[in-house]
Ligand binder design. Structure first.
Ligand SMILES: Cc1ncc(C[n+]2csc(CCOP(=O)(O)OP(=O)(O)O)c2C)c(N)n1
Ligand SMILES: [Mg+2]
Length: 636
């Protein structure tokens, strides 16, 4: 005891707390600062309690009302909520997630991957096995005959940017600062996992007072190497057909205004990735909209002939590069502005490793009076206008008897609140939305397409609403995603967060059904219909199928949402107006057509087709695949 009080920390004073209490006390004192504005970094903790965290983290949260606890319904969902929250707050604020041991913990793994792939910070606190081991195997313990130094929490390692297991309470002192460094670093961020053995959570230690001091983590705007910038400026001047590809980094860095100024002055046209949509307003004449697999004709035309691609804050996923077929100019080269060195080096590009906004500002200066050739600018603007006309066309389709997805997207975009945030993640919606959604402000298009995780939509919508309670939030979700995870409707109702959930029922997977047909198959395994003759039905079963006696609208109602059932387009528009005045989470339910689809525009996605098959359709698809496969470029 004596030694504890006057030991290493004796001079500074100490606080005797359980590890869990110390952890929560520390988190409350962490701030970020960017551009002179300080904000509390971790603003609360989502969680589900079990024996692995109730007595430790649960006790600590219970006695700390200043650090808000939110009761979630599913651990994967709560990580999605945290992901969406921090994405909306541009990574400057985040949430922690606490789970029990075993299944509660492993349920978070999908969420962790979603966070890390999207470069978004979440702090995960799964409970872990007793550090003292004596009473094992404990409930839900996965045993190993090879080592006792293992638990299911080791599965978090590949999906975490920082991972630690704290087997002594004092290890918090060295682990938490590392966790916060990674979480607040734009270059390193992602899921951070601290596995907390359930006995250690409840153990006390004399923590030095200094540990609980307010700490501000600067979120810097690093600038790239000056010589590299000069080379970039020279490359841009020498280019005849340059194209900017704007990714999520533009939004996280709050570089949209810098981008608008640069493009307006220089005439550089812009294509947008899934995470970067909203970088320019849709009606900016140089906004060519979505680029890649789900791209617009405008962006894909320009991309196909671009001799220079300036990627800003993009990972160059296959959706952006159309599986490396988007950029076909024989001498095309790349400049990559990215705060992550790893991403900046992609496509054998000239790496401008730095913050998007700071880099764009410096580049703008270096480019002096540079503009693109006037006929190139005019060509880009013509393509922009033609694309707008195509969106108008699709918005105006009135498909019968069931409406098309495109017209319903148009209705949400035009009849919904223009200041709202639209949230989506998986199915056929992302591709259609990428093309068709007209983003009027930088955060209006919230698409989780790094992991494209079914189930993200409603849980993510909740996180968006928590981060931006002043905005309307439209969650667009398919029936498949809804069935996978709609539990957080309950959390939204409980916490008083209003979501408007647009539930599009096409009785199965429109997306994968279409993909299947494009590969010479027949939608095998993609319909929610009764089997026929003992076999699952594909599209070859035609209209002669029996849908299931499932009522998703009634399901949503039973979870506490207001529900508006719509029979067609006009009812849908009326429902959107009604939902705007609602104060409770509202589900707008509508059936839509499985086959009426928004086409692709000079793009391709590499999904390999069976090399041998008895089916002529598959063999034909294989030949088409081989032709396109041959156009894939290698850049390094
Ligand atoms: C968790 C998860 N499992 C599987 C997939 C693969 N997948 C992508 S879209 C899709 C079907 C989505 O169905 P639905 O939500 O009804 O949307 P629709 O395709 O009908 O528009 C599937 C199974 C995925 N993206 N995420
Ligand atoms: Mg569906």
């Amino acid at each position: 005891m004596e030694q504890r009080e006057t030991g290493a920390h004796g001079q500074q004073g100490s606080r005797r707390l359980t590890m869990a209490q110390a952890l929560i006390a520390y988190l409350q004192q962490q701030y970020t600062e960017r551009d002179g504005v300080e904000r509390p970094f971790l603003t609360g903790c989502l969680g589900i309690f079990g024996h692995g965290n109730i007595a430790g983290i649960g006790q600590a949260l219970g006695q700390t009302p200043g650090f808000r606890y939110y009761q979630a319904r599913n651990e994967q969902a709560m990580v999605h909520t945290a992901v969406a929250y921090t994405k909306t707050r541009n990574r400057l604020q985040a949430l922690a997630c606490t789970s029990s041991i075993g299944p509660g913990a492993t349920n978070m793994i999908t969420g962790a991957a979603t966070a890390t792939i999207n470069r978004l910070p979440v702090l995960l606190l799964p409970g872990d096995l007793f550090a003292r081991r004596g009473v094992g195997p404990v409930l839900q313990q996965l045993e190993s005959g090879q080592t006792q130094d293992i638990s299911v929490n080791d599965c978090f390692k590949p999906v975490s940017r920082y991972w630690d297991r704290l087997s002594r309470p004092e290890q918090l002192l060295s682990s938490l600062p590392e966790a916060l460094r990674v979480l607040t670093s734009p270059a390193e961020t992602g899921a951070v996992t601290l596995a907390l053995p359930q006995d250690v959570q409840a153990e006390a230690h004399d923590y030095p007072e200094v540990f609980f001091q307010r700490r501000v983590w600067p979120v810097a705007r690093p600038r790239p190497d000056r010589a590299a910038l000069q080379r970039a400026a020279a490359l841009i001047r020498a280019s005849g057909r340059p194209l900017i590809v704007a990714g999520g980094g533009v939004l996280y860095s709050e570089a949209t205004e810098a981008l608008r100024r640069l493009t307006q002055r220089t005439g550089l046209p812009v294509g947008e990735t899934m995470a970067g949509k909203g970088s320019l307003r849709y009606d900016d004449p140089l906004c060519l909209g979505a680029v890649g697999v789900t791209g617009t004709l405008a962006a894909n035309r320009i991309a196909g002939q671009a001799d220079l691609v300036i990627g800003i804050g993009t990972r160059y996923s296959d959706f952006t590069t159309a599986s490396r077929t988007a950029f076909q100019h024989p001498d095309v080269c790349f400049i990559n502005i990215n705060v992550v060195e790893f991403d900046a080096a992609k496509q054998a590009g000239l790496a401008l490793t730095g913050d998007a906004r700071a880099t764009l500002e410096e580049l703008d200066e270096l480019l002096g009076g540079y503009t693109v050739a006037s006929d190139y600018r005019a060509e880009a603007e013509r393509l922009h206008d033609a694309w707008e006309a195509e969106v108008d066309r699709i918005y105006a389709i009135r498909h019968a008897p069931l409406p098309s997805q495109g017209e319903l997207i148009g209705a949400v975009n035009e009849a919904g609140d223009p200041g709202a945030i639209m949230v989506c993640a998986a199915g056929s919606l992302p591709g259609d939305l990428h093309k068709l959604w007209r983003a009027r402000h930088p955060k209006q298009y919230h698409m989780e397409y790094g992991y494209s995780c079914m189930g993200y939509e409603i849980a993510g919508g909740l996180g968006v609403k928590m981060a931006a309670p002043e905005r309307e939030v439209y969650v667009l979700v398919g029936d498949g995603s809804y069935l996978m995870m709609s539990s957080e409707i309950v959390t939204a109702v409980q916490e008083g967060y209003k979501l408007t959930i647009v539930l599009l029922n096409n009785h199965g997977y429109k997306s994968i059904g279409g993909l299947s047909r494009s590969l010479g198959q027949d939608g095998f395994g993609t319909r929610y219909t009764y089997p026929q003759d003992g076999a699952p039905t594909g599209d070859d079963a035609g209209a002669d199928v029996r849908t299931l006696p499932v009522d998703l609208a009634a399901n949503a109602e039973s979870l506490g949402a207001c529900v508006i059932r719509c029979a067609g387009y006009d009812a849908f528009v009326a429902a959107l107006a009604e939902a705007r005045t609602a104060t409770r989470t509202t589900v707008i339910y509508i059936e839509n057509d499985r086959y009426e689809s928004v086409p692709g525009y000079e793009s391709w996605w590499d999904v390999p087709v069976a090399e041998v098959s008895a089916s002529e359709a598959v063999r034909e698809a294989r030949r088409a695949w081989e032709t396109m496969r041959a156009t894939e470029r290698y850049f390094g």
